[in-house]
Ligand binder design. Structure first.
Ligand code: SF4
Length: 369
């Protein structure tokens, strides 16, 4: 058995930690690249949303490199993520690739548990007693690494807006994440986190720099994966923007498991705010995109960047509503529709123009008007 999973943001760090700690052989798919995207695009229907194509590309690359078991998260309607597995399986079979499939259920229902039981039947034969016994601890280690990773990323989002040498925060963050990735056991994770924070805080900063506050909202894959969004978070930071986002692995896992008090309350607040424009839960991140924009406007943020993949149903709905929210709440919103064609130059130009406009508003005292 050699397990693989989609490549999304820093997810490989904690997935790898779980597999390694439990002694399960694994293969981290290569970083999403032009080749990954080309493989996904070539083998998908052109109208399907971008994350489908990227994940398919990840799986093809991983299976070709020797993985044989795919672990994928599930989701419910109306978002298409819940149907990805059905179509991915057909495409992979048509390509002649051999694999076993395991869906992590989004909610612990009887139906999901039964499906999981069926899917794990062939896998259970290959697992040893040690795999079973260490799995709960492996989950704990994965969870700790995930939280530590998110802490480092959040810190970098603050520091980057004031860095004196462009790119230094990113280099320091990469170094800190590498250390965390290599840490074994709870003690080493705490040490790596502390050392990582020290390294990121050591970035040269200009505390007098005029910075902006911008929230990134939108489809979770677009928000969380810098390869797919072409480094929007980093680009904004390097333009002097302190970025906030509420899409984190801990948010989504916590939501599925009914955990994560503060983050859950915050999302609930976003949902409630969205009901001024949406009478029901549209699905995926749509309500959160709308509600968070309203709340950020009330909190005095300078602007919102809304990221959506081409052909995403929930975020297309959000994009239309956000135009009105922007007018009603006097908050500039930049919607970036991302697809496989996107060039870095287009994104950089749009972000620079947006940030220039926000700075001009701030200097003229036009914020909130
Ligand atoms: S939220 Fe949008 S992009 Fe993401 S899976 Fe659903 S439809 Fe596709």
């Amino acid at each position: 058995m050699r397990v693989t999973f989609p490549r999304l943001g820093t997810m490989h760090i904690f997935c790898k930690a779980i597999a390694e700690t439990a002694g399960i052989p694994y293969l981290v798919p290569p970083k999403t690249s032009r080749k990954t995207l080309a493989l996904g695009v070539k083998n998908s229907n052109e109208c399907i949303c971008l994350p489908f194509k990227v994940i398919l590309g990840n799986f093809i690359e991983a299976l070709q490199m020797g993985a044989d078991t795919i672990v994928m998260v599930g989701s419910g309607p109306p978002c298409r993520l819940g149907l990805y597995d059905l179509v991915h399986k057909v495409i992979l079979e048509d390509l002649g690739l051999q694999y076993r499939w395991l869906t992590i259920p989004p909610r612990l229902t009887w139906e999901a548990l039964m499906k999981n039981h069926e899917e794990t039947k062939p896998l259970r034969k290959e697992l040893t007693l040690r795999n079973y016994l260490t799995f709960p601890y492996a989950l704990y280690i994965g969870w700790r690494k995930m939280l530590a990773t998110e802490r480092l990323e959040r810190l970098a989002m603050k520091v980057r807006a004031r860095e004196t040498t462009r790119g230094e925060t990113q280099r320091n963050l990469a170094k800190a994440l590498r250390m965390l990735d290599e840490a074994k056991g709870a003690k080493q994770i705490s040490e790596a986190q502390r050392e990582g924070e020290r390294i990121i805080e050591g970035t040269g900063q200009d505390q007098g720099r005029l910075t902006l506050r911008v929230a990134i909202v939108g489809e979770l894959y677009m928000v969380m994966d810098p390869e797919i969004n072409r480094g929007v978070e980093q680009r904004l930071g390097e333009l002097g923007v302190e970025v906030t986002r509420t899409s984190w692995f801990s948010t989504h896992i916590g939501r599925s498991l009914g955990l994560g008090g503060e983050q859950r309350r915050e999302r609930l607040r976003f949902h409630q705010a969205s009901f001024e424009y949406l009478g029901y839960d549209v699905g995926a991140e749509c309500n959160v995109s709308v509600g968070e924009t309203i709340i950020r406007a009330q909190e005095g943020y300078d602007g919102v960047v809304h990221l959506m993949p081409f052909a995403c149903i929930p975020e297309t709905t959000a994009a239309a509503i956000l135009k009105q929210v922007s007018k009603d709440y006097h908050i500039p919103v930049l919607t970036l529709v991302l697809d496989e064609q996107d060039a870095e130059g287009r994104i950089q130009t749009l972000l620079e123009a947006f940030v220039d406009m926000l700075l001009w508003r701030k200097q003229k005292g036009l914020k909130g008007r």
